[in-house]
Design a protein around this ligand. Structure first.
Ligand code: HEC
Length: 167
């Protein structure tokens, strides 16, 4: 008997608490809808997958031929070639096949904000752990980064063409 009363009191208390809770959070709070639109990567840690890695690989998108020469020149003059080449690992990752591994957006973010990417992006962080080196920010503009990506696409396309000719 004691037990039943105790339980009833407990349930009553829970109901009161629950209704209090609903009064303090009205559904029409304008803040509620703006916070739900927050970006996927939060201060709580990296997301399980990269937010920039969705969609087709860069190699599966058309090449803008008009940007290849500029991209190649930037690759030489902006210091990239000191750490990267194609078909060999230097202090940075081997870039042969990079456009089959990544999206254009992911590479552009890596080129424009390497210091943020290694901290917040799971793919970049993994590379950082493997190479034990932070890629420096080389100060490219978004247009320049896009041109470098076109050059990478061209390199991978050339490699695929010569491989098929060799057969
Ligand atoms: C000091 C050496 C260094 C320089 C200079 C450098 N990188 Fe990197 N790069 C790295 C390292 C190391 C990583 C792996 C991520 C990290 O640890 O920062 C990387 C990662 C990358 C990736 C991703 C590779 C993959 O396998 O996904 C791309 C693309 C890239 N760099 C392009 C560039 C371009 C373009 C430039 C010139 C604007 C450049 N890097 C300059 C060292 C360098």
């Amino acid at each position: 008997m004691q037990r039943t009363i105790g339980l009833a009191v407990w349930i009553a208390a829970a109901v009161v608490l629950a209704s209090c809770g609903s009064h303090s959070s009205p559904g029409s709070d304008p803040q509620a809808s703006s916070t739900s639109a927050a970006p996927a990567v939060t201060a709580n840690g990296p997301a399980a997958t990269s937010q920039y890695d969705g969609g087709p690989r860069a190699a599966d998108t058309p090449i803008d031929e008009s940007k290849i020469a500029q991209g190649q020149q930037l690759f030489q003059t902006k210091g990239c070639s000191a750490c990267h080449t194609f078909g060999q690992k230097l202090t940075g990752p081997d870039l042969a096949g990079v456009t089959h591994r990544r999206t254009a957006a992911w590479m552009e973010h890596q080129i424009l904000h390497p210091e943020i990417m290694t901290k917040e992006d799971p793919i970049s962080h993994e590379l950082f752990a493997k190479f034990a080196l932070q890629m420096p920010n080389q100060g490219l503009t978004p247009e320049e980064a896009a041109a470098v990506v076109e050059f990478f696409k061209h390199k991978d396309h050339e490699a695929a063409e010569s491989a098929s000719k060799g057969e």
